[in-house]
Design a binder for this molecule. Structure first.
Ligand SMILES: [Zn+2]
Ligand SMILES: [Zn+2]
Length: 54
């Protein structure tokens, strides 16, 4: 059994997975970082390196 539950970031173009403890929960969805949770306003980029979702 995995000891960390990973959820996929709810951002459309994001394929990041984040542990439930670290996920940003917003509107019942889980995101990998604030930038994704906010819909990449102001061109914020994803904090996960290698993710090009913004
Ligand atoms: Zn991302
Ligand atoms: Zn994103």
């Amino acid at each position: 059994m995995a000891n960390a539950s990973l959820v996929k970031c709810a951002c459309d173009r994001c394929s990041c997975e984040v542990s439930l403890e670290e996920a940003i929960k917003k509107d019942g969805k889980y995101y990998c970082c604030e930038a994704c949770a906010n819909g990449h306003v102001n061109d914020q980029s994803c904090k996960m390196s290698g993710c090009n979702c913004s």
